[in-house]
Design a protein around this ligand. Structure first.
Ligand SMILES: Nc1ncnc2c1ncn2[C@@H]1O[C@H](COP(=O)(O)OP(=O)(O)OP(=O)(O)O)[C@@H](O)[C@H]1O
Ligand SMILES: [Mg+2]
Length: 229
């Protein structure tokens, strides 16, 4: 399967009747395996709404969505959660780590949901922490880590079940510019290793590092810019 993401006429409406908000108005998007796509657009254009549907956190009001070749637009509840845990790794601006669980336990969590045994979870978590550059933090609590280190834990957790797709919504938004650049470098490295990345950003410098830019405006994808000569 070549495309990790294929959407057709993807629509999302919040509310009903008089106060309906059309957050997405017919998104046509294809992302091929191995791409690094930056999703940009003004505040309120629908970026987070689209990421939630692409990440199987929410379902569309209309339209179709195939994730890694599987139609998922009609799934909800447990079925949607299962495919999310199997196929998507999510990285949020605010890390979303469990504060009372160690770094290793945080990384192990998606593997726990997937039914992987304790020893194997621990081994894989240590490998992933090595990959993101903080193997020595395995038994620390998130509160003992810097912002950049916490985001590295979140990235390791996102990779736990070898997802088809890595999604990140403003992953450097809470970091200073130097730390943000380091975390971004990690996304680039993961992309070079074959991971498909879709990343929301307001920062044109970050968007420039991606292999392709997709621009949303008022719930629609704008036509791609012509390439510079
Ligand atoms: N749960 C919700 N209920 C009602 N309206 C919503 C909901 N979530 C989003 N919206 C509306 O949908 C539109 C798109 O919101 P979304 O959060 O996707 O924008 P965004 O591009 O991520 O913006 P930002 O750059 O500020 O994060 C906005 O008009 C927003 O008010
Ligand atoms: Mg948003």
């Amino acid at each position: 399967m070549e495309n990790v993401i294929v959407t057709r006429g993807l629509t999302k409406v919040f509310g009903a009747n008089g106060n309906a908000v059309y957050a997405l108005r017919g998104i046509e998007l294809e992302v091929a395996r191995g791409e690094f796509v930056a999703l940009v657009g003004p505040s309120g254009s629908g970026k987070s709404t689209l990421m939630a549907i692409i990440g199987c956190l929410d379902s569309p009001s209309a339209g179709t969505y195939a994730l890694d070749g599987e139609p998922v637009e009609r799934l909800s509840g447990a079925a949607l959660a299962r495919i999310r845990n199997e196929k998507v790794g999510f990285v949020f601006q605010t890390y979303n780590l469990l504060p009372r669980a160690t770094v290793s336990r945080n990384v192990e969590l998606p593997m726990l949901y997937a039914g992987i045994g304790r020893k194997q979870r621990r081994t894989r978590a240590l490998e992933l922490l090595e990959k993101v550059g903080i193997p020595e933090k395995a038994d620390r609590l998130p509160s003992e880590l810097s912002g950049g280190q916490r985001q590295r834990v979140a990235i390791a957790r996102a990779l736990a079940n070898s997802p088809a797709l890595l999604l990140a919504d403003e992953p450097t938004g809470a970091l200073d510019s130097k730390t943000g650049a380091e975390v971004l470098g990690l996304f680039q490295q993961l992309n070079r290793q074959g991971h498909t990345v879709l990343l929301v950003t307001h920062d044109p410098k970050i968007a420039a590092l991606a292999s392709r830019r997709v621009e949303l405006y008022d719930g629609l994808v704008l036509a791609p810019e012509p390439r510079a000569a």
